[in-house]
Design a protein around this ligand. Structure first.
Ligand code: NAD
Length: 370
């Protein structure tokens, strides 16, 4: 039987509450579908700091490096606001991204028909929306050197951030985008600012060359990132896969996220390069939301973002496409039935807590698998 190694890092706040609902799904898939998941669990963020004085221990880092996939909850909270900068809760996530070399961040923006009215746009613009934003995660202006603030000595200071991209970084993120597009509607829109930035010129050239070389079956379009932002809120359904750099991706993925309603609904995946021997990519799956200290411990958090992150894990790390489709369909069906956590509650619906939402999704998933 295939063994699938999962390393769970529930983290802080509502992270463990949401992860508990995924654990139930894993247990069901092992017991009734012979899925062969072997899970181990570690500490990250504030909980790791309390136990080890670090945002993630070396032992847990080693386990994350060995796992087929890492499932991550959320980190942070007021309790750790004053801990030293290099061991702050977020440092655990940044270390994971860096050591696993997770250069591709996948953020789907899916608008479930039942939630179309929760969007800030007109329901007809977002109903049935299904786009995937692929953001370059390890390069660009957030990491480029020099990165300084210099005192100019005349009462003025000068701040410098540097936008840097090498060919290989653009090539590999473009390849991920084209490969993902092939599993969807076969269209990629690449966004940069080639009109004012040299890095945009190179980005455009390398994406075009990668397309011509290996992915000419996929439809490629280029858009300036500012125009892309406008199009995202004007007619978001025109897109299938959007690929862009770290800075533009940070903003555009948050814009796209809000088209769909609530933070509690948004999954994400971060992928590394394929292993030379096995062809498997290192991968970390996490909800977009944080640890929500304002509602932690009350049993009212929405577990859908965490469960949908697990669906991405089934799809991208284990090629369990049928199971991923059905888990996503189970989420949509439960929403259609009017079952809601507080953050997505609407008139005439039934309000439930974290555990009831998880149970309802699992029951539907089980029924869909037959
Ligand atoms: P947040 O995402 O934790 O919460 C923002 C708001 O959305 C809150 O009102 C919260 O109750 C609500 N919310 C978020 N997820 C929800 C869910 N699943 N169900 C219902 N409601 C939900 O962001 P924040 O308040 O800015 O940050 C809180 C802490 O989380 C901070 O310490 C921050 O640094 C950390 N954080 C961590 C991550 C991460 O772990 N990846 C991401 C963002 C923020």
């Amino acid at each position: 039987m295939t063994v699938r190694n999962l390393f769970l890092l529930p983290g802080d706040g509502i992270g463990p509450e949401a992860m508990a609902e995924v654990r139930k799904i894993i247990a069901f898939m092992n017991a009734e579908r012979g899925a062969g998941f072997e899970t181990d669990e570690g500490l990250v963020g504030g909980s790791a700091y309390d136990a080890h004085g670090a945002a993630i221990s070396e032992e847990d880092m080693a386990k994350a490096m060995k796992a087929d996939a890492v499932l991550f909850g959320a980190v942070g909270g007021p309790k750790w606001d004053d801990v030293p900068y290099d061991v702050r809760p977020e440092a655990g996530l940044l270390r994971l991204r860096k050591d696993l070399e997770l250069f591709a961040n996948l953020r789907p923006a899916i608008c479930y028909p039942a939630l179309a009215s929760a969007s800030s746009l007109k329901p007809e613009l977002v109903e049935g929306l299904d786009i995937l934003i692929i953001r370059e995660l390890t390069g660009g202006v957030y990491f480029g050197e020099p990165k300084t603030i210099t005192d100019l000595g005349n009462g003025q200071k000068r701040a410098i951030d540097t936008q840097v991209y090498d060919t290989y970084e653009i090539e590999r993120i473009a390849s991920v985008a084209f490969e993902m597009a092939r599993t969807r509607n076969n269209r990629v829109c690449s966004m940069e600012k080639r009109n004012v930035m040299k890095s945009g010129v190179l980005w455009n050239q390398v994406v075009t060359a990668t397309h011509k070389d290996k992915y000419s079956d996929v439809k490629l379009e280029h858009m300036l990132a500012d125009a892309g932002g406008m199009q995202l809120v004007r007619a978001p359904k025109q897109f299938d896969v959007i690929v862009t750099d770290n800075l533009f991706g940070d903003m555009l993925s948050d814009v796209a996220a809000m088209l769909t309603g609530s933070l509690g609904m948004l999954p994400s995946a971060s992928l590394g390069a394929p292993d030379a021997k096995t062809g498997k990519r290192k991968a970390l799956y996490e909800p977009v939301h944080g640890s929500a200290p304002d509602i932690a411990g009350q049993g009212i958090a929405n577990p859908i973002a965490m469960i949908a992150s697990f669906a991405m894990c089934l799809r991208y790390s284990f090629n369990m496409v049928d199971e991923a489709d059905k888990l996503e369909k189970a989420i949509a069906n439960v929403l259609e039935k009017g079952i809601r956590t507080g953050d997505i509650m609407a008139e005439g619906c039934t309000k439930v807590g974290t555990v009831e939402m998880g149970d309802a999704i699992l029951a539907k998933f089980r029924a869909l698998l037959g």
